[in-house]
Design a protein around this ligand. Sequence first.
Ligand code: BES
Ligand code: ZN
Length: 617
Amino acid sequence: MATTIHPPRDPNTLSNYNKWISTHITVNFDILFEQKKLVGNVVHKLKSITDAESTDIILDASHVDINNVKVDGKASHWELLPPLEPYGTALKIKLNDGVRLNDMVEVDISVKTTEKCTALQWLTPAQTSNKKHPYMFSQCQAIHARSVFPCQDTPDVKSTIDFNITSPLPVIASGLPVRDISKKPQLDGKTLYQFHQQLPIPSYLFALASGDVSEAAIGPRSVVATSPDKLRECQWELEADTENFIHAIEKIVYPYAWGEYNVLILPPSFPYGGMENPIFTFATPSIISKDRQNVDVIAHELAHSWSGNLVTNASWEHFWLNEGWTTYLERRILAAVHGEAYRHFSAIIGWKSLADSVEHFGHDHPFTKLVTDLRGKDPDDAFSSIPYEKGFNLLFYLENLLGKDKFDRFIPHYFTKFKGKSLDSYEFKATILDFFQRDQESSKLLDNLDWDAWFYAPGLPPKPQFDTSLVDVVYDLSNKWKSLPDSTFQPQPTDIEGLTANQIVVLLEQIHLFKEPLTAELSRILGDVYGLSKSENIEVSNLYFQVGLRAGDETVYKPTADLLGKIGRMKFVRPLYRNLQKVNRPLAIDTFEKNKDFYHPICRAMVEKDLFGERGE
Ligand code: BES
Ligand code: ZN
């Protein structure tokens, strides 16, 4: 009997993964820093999942240079299909013989990356911390793996991976070093680095970095890797919390499955806060704030080791299953380590960013839905805090509806049932309904829940009751600032005594929200009296500059421009440029021209759009 072929449920891949599944990938790459290229070959072991006539294998590919393709050792016919942006030029490989259900085929593709590769950034020595060596790193999420090598670039397919990478500099990858023989010196002064990822992972978790990095322990199963001149401060920032975080989440879900949990602190052009690459989380150096106040990012990326990396959204339309669950688990970790009030504090900050995103897109915009329609769309364009925070709110709502004890029993069940698999929102719903089926009271509550509204209604969900104990004090202080200059309030350094950096962030957010901006003079006083202008915590200095720019305080213009030359994290860079250009456009343009080569290609393109519209290069 012929098997039924379902259309792929991921609309953002051109691969025919409904007929073939790549079960194992061997990636052999030589890192060529002078040419800014990866050169080598990639071997897919593909399994046929249909017995219908299937003689074509279609893989995603984008801006890669393909030399030849072998199928089971023999040269084969292949072609690149016409470009279909934003999905690229798919690679179609013809098989000579028909195959049957469960047959295996080995496809070996010789490939080079090109300068148009969207996943890789290549840095010159001058762009690195100690300025001695070049550096390269990848960022594949959401659909950039296809610009590194042809693959089934969908979170709905998982493969084990062997990495064989030669480089003149240390290499980091999303696999464990192969025991005993992970480093083999080569004749040309390079070293072969070998890694193996034995748990199946989707393409977007493929990761590579190479540069002058060394490692230091931050816990019994964790190291931090970074430029040798930054190693000690990165170690200090992370060594107090990492193992506590792992321990906390292991109690909530189940033991950590990946062996080691490490963190690579990248050069400052890394465009995100963090990326949950297995074995090695990639993170921005802006979390190294010398006050251990930005380690929430680590709790978040660590939580992805369960939500996302073991249990994965089947397509980017169900991205909340990755990010909403991760935000929920991140806050459970924070509650376990710092107390329940802290979880609520974090959720209140999250609610504000949710409200900001809904405001930004518009209350009826389809991207404000929890489950989105991404047919024909670029998942990066739909990216916002909505899947994070609306997703968190659905899970928090379920926790309160069922009671924490009952919800806590569901968590390990869910992460066990889908371990190593990908799922969509409908399977999530079916699973929780099924789990509580025999508990009449819970079952009734779940049946009566308006699932369609949660999944498909645009705009804000119902606002929960949060514990405001950690924000009340901040709101009181911001109200005093609001009353100026008419009141007798005299700002003193003691106003912020005992407040955490994150509470100061909330204070600045509130001040930034005032209908009337502060006067330039008051903004300067705010910075001077509270010592904000000199903060090492970039979350604080970023927001202080935002307040100062809005106030027209010229003394922050230069420090803002200086900061824009030091950091490439889009969360800070884009808003700072947008606001700097409002008060001093020539300075904004000048700053961009000076720094554009420093930014990651994605960040550069975004800022260019923000400053000049769609002019292109
Ligand atoms: N996986 C995301 C980053 C990402 C999402 C990269 C979509 C590319 C496409 C990561 O886990 C993340 O959410 N990072 C946040 C950290 C934060 C929420 C603590 C970031 O970069 O700001
Ligand atoms: Zn995340």
